[in-house]
Ligand binder design. Sequence first.
Ligand code: CUA
Length: 324
Amino acid sequence: MTPAMPLAPERAASLAGEVDALFLFILAVTGVFAVGIWIALIFLAVRYRRRSETDRPPEIHGSLVLELAWTIVPLLLMSVMFVWGAKVYFHMNRPPDDAMTVSVVGKRWMWKLQHPTGQREINELHVPLGRAVKLVITSEDAIHSFFVPAFRIKKDAVPGRYNVAWFRATKVGSYHIFCAEYCGTEHSRMTGRVVVMEPDAYQTWLAGGPTPESPVAAGEKLFTELNCITCHRPDSAGRGPVLAGIFGRKVLLAGGDTVVADDAYVRESIVNPAAKVVGGYQPVMPTYQGQVSEEQLMSLVAYIQSLQVPSEAKPGTDGRQSRP
Ligand code: CUA
């Protein structure tokens, strides 16, 4: 049984042990030094107290051994913290390739989540045990922060930006979601839960309820509705670049720079098309800022990510097409 007031949240994801081990190491090192310094302080204050008005202590002229020791020992300890911390940091920030992507949109004052198969949830996220889950996090309004203490993940939800976090749940159960960034009146009530289920139970859960539209299908529909299709044609005759196969590749820009066509670039190109124009094209695309919601943007990104290169017309690695 867990005590009423546990010292640390339970560990329910693969990263939790790593984070805790590092945290406990830093706590132990700082604890030993803090206690040591206090003991030395009290001992020395008593031992070398001034005993009379005429007390003149001898002058001491440094000690090379002591100075080297108090430089080298902390340096080594800090180096361990740095290298270990960097290792955990990289692990936390690199979701495995086989992770399922869940989109997370913060909005005053709720969390809106969507599964890759299209199911939407509010303030609740059902996930299968043992499967890596990548969260693509953004916000519609203020800055929020998606925090699941039992998984040791916390990531800001920032308007206009996609932040990524991931976890692999290791224990069936229900775990708190908190908003960890003050975002207004009901910030403290912007909570929810992650429900970790056995993979079979998760499949059953997915199958229950109406069959939703997947983000890719929703994105494809929007792509037509917003008339993106008139300029971004599958052949190279459109006024905009061909989008098939562009995702994840380097794109050569008009200024000569290159950029990787990732989630963030695709999003930016929809809301602020003039920011990074692909080389060989005119900045003729209108902005879609305010016309599409964050969830619709995520659907469009998912759709563009899903577009494969047709076998006969492979674009170059820079994503540019030869033009007449
Ligand atoms: Cu959302 Cu605090």
